[in-house]
Design a protein around this ligand. Structure first.
Ligand code: 13P
Length: 339
């Protein structure tokens, strides 16, 4: 492993004024997104849609430091035959790849999930590096709520096995000279309040960093992709933007070592504006040991998906919508966004 080079990539991924586009929806997830805009999820439509994003010159060259791709996309060519990876590189952005293979039910823990995909990961990483990927992503999913047996979720078992897998993945990435994005996502689907989200996320992050240390992952050569401390979507008590910002900063300061170059948040089902406002409020607080930016999927793509709606005559409108959201989040990544 060449740690200086890994660190260089990690620092570039969170450079001030830029963030990451998570365009790594699996075939199942992109179908759901396309269903919502009444577009059939064919290979060509998925290509056309992603090509539209990657050819958004202003967004890609000014606001997007890196793009997380799905296996199909990293192997795909644009309509004119140019590899999609090349379009990203030509814009000065870094290609990355989602390498987890989704979740499975966790034995003995009803209602909980473990992320899979470690088998043969070393070989897959090598192939992805050859295709141009310089960073990767693995997402663990932790739910808050009641299990089917009426017990409280998450169990310590689910937190431990997912943290272990995240660290195994991260160590394998670094050995393959690929920067790991470590993503332990605590879902915001329940009716819990912000303090319960805070407490669960703290346990998850502490366990994750413990495993990363045990497995000797170099913190200087990774990026953390966490959820923010937010109220559950169905909670009657919704925390304000300022409360989310203050609690998320306090939480991260208590768990994330300063050696980590950057934290790139997931949007997790927040509205476009909320995701921007929260990131901006955190950066406005300032005086942080790491860079804070975005690695949004839905909060960057909902608007362009709607504007595009699968029609070639809407490509310019889709690109404008994407550029606008990317610009707003880029401003938020330095605390300079205003409504
Ligand atoms: P969202 O921003 O839509 O949560 O997606 C980010 C991501 O990469 C989830 O793994």
């Amino acid at each position: 492993m060449n740690l200086a080079d890994l660190n260089k990539v990690a620092v570039a991924m969170v450079v001030p004024g830029k963030g990451i586009l998570a365009a790594d929806e699996s075939s199942g997830t992109i179908k759901k997104r396309f269903d919502a805009i009444k577009v059939e999820s064919t290979e060509d439509n998925r290509r056309d849609y992603r090509e539209m994003l990657f050819r958004s010159k202003e967004a890609m060259s000014h606001y997007i430091s890196g793009v997380i791709l799905y296996d199909e996309t990293i192997c795909q060519n644009a309509k004119d035959g140019t590899p999609l990876v090349k379009l990203i590189e030509q814009a000065g952005s870094i290609p990355g790849i989602k390498v987890d293979e989704g979740t499975q039910g966790l034995p003995n823990c009803p209602g909980e999930l473990v992320t899979v995909g470690l088998d043969k990961l070393a070989e897959r990483l090598k192939n992805y590096y050859d295709r141009g990927a310089r960073f990767a992503k693995w997402r663990a999913v932790i739910d808050i709520g009641q299990g089917t047996g009426g017990h409280r979720i998450p169990s310590m078992t689910a937190i431990r096995v997912n943290a272990h897998a995240l660290a195994r993945y991260a160590a394998l990435c670094q050995a393959a000279q690929i920067v790991p994005i470590v993503e332990p996502e605590v879902l915001m689907d329940g009716d819990h309040d912000i303090d319960r989200c805070y407490e669960v996320t703290q346990r998850v992050l502490n366990k994750t960093f413990q495993e990363l240390r045990v497995q000797r992952v170099a913190l200087e050569g990774m990026i953390l992709k966490p959820n923010m401390a937010v109220s559950g979507k169905k909670s009657a008590k919704q925390a304000s933007v300022q409360e989310v910002a203050e609690k998320t900063i306090r939480l991260l300061k208590s768990c994330v070592p300063a050696a980590v170059p950057g934290i790139a948040f997931l949007s997790g089902g927040q509205s476009d504006e909320e995701a921007t406002a929260h990131l901006n409020a955190m950066n406005a607080i300032g005086n942080l040991p790491w860079r804070l930016t975005f690695s949004y999927g839905r909060a960057l793509q909902a608007a362009p998906q709607k504007a595009w709606s699968g029609k070639s005559e809407n490509v310019a409108a889709g690109q404008r919508a994407f550029t606008h959201r990317a610009h707003m989040n880029a401003l938020a990544s330095t605390g300079r966004w205003t409504t």
